[in-house]
Design a binder for this molecule. Sequence first.
Ligand code: KMH
Ligand code: ZN
Length: 270
Amino acid sequence: MDPLIITVAPVGGEVMPDQTPYLPVTPAQLGETAREVRAAGAGIIHVHCRNDDGSNTHDVARFREAYDAIRAASDLIVQFSTGGAIGMTPAERAAPLELRPEMATLTCGTVNFGDDVFENSFPIMRGIAAAIAQHGVVPELEIFDLGHVANAKRLAAEGAIRLPAHVDFVLGVPGALEATVENLVDCVRALPPGCSWSVAGIGRMQLPLATVAIAMGGHVRVGLEDNLYYAKGRLARNEELVARVARIASELGRPVATPDEARGLLLRTA
Ligand code: KMH
Ligand code: ZN
């Protein structure tokens, strides 16, 4: 089995600062988070940016500040979100790619997102995929539902993306595929040969699905974007969530990948 790549998604686009004191809102806080999660075992940091008041932004200057702060604090692989937040235009979502992060997400289909709709029509996906390719960025395909795997295959057949690729299953968003072990297994079975994968379980399913993924040879995403709690009623810090996954991996005899080891693995499937 390959060493385990732990991605941290420390902020996301939905959690607000009044829900937890541990959300890294400013670039400086993202830099501090990067330092802490790197020490805890993370290999990749998945980046969304906020304004100082906690509202979402995909402003290029703000992403540059965040990128610089993370770089100054760590050697983590920096992965920009192109999902952003509900309501952003596709052009806004793609704009920070001009900074050429090592990786960026590409969501592979439209999905209900609570009471909202996270819109990713084929024209939107093609546009973001083209921007990712144009800037030489390695994509991570975000799969919220089983049909998104078929969409990824269609994008590949058109030449918009290349397969195999690295894939992240985000399971448990209200309106999308539920976070169950059975669904994770179905998702993995549906993947084209050669893809590497991670799982991001939403809420209290983050830990059980992470544990299953470690045993299956997949990779893991944790962080406040997907889950606020360390245990029932106890808010989590990002580094605690990373450290717990690293501990479980160690108990299961699976080494944790450094960022450079993760680079080697992800370039292999890029
Ligand atoms: N915030 C969600 C609407 C991504 O980062 O690529 C989309 C999202 C996906 O978080
Ligand atoms: Zn995200």
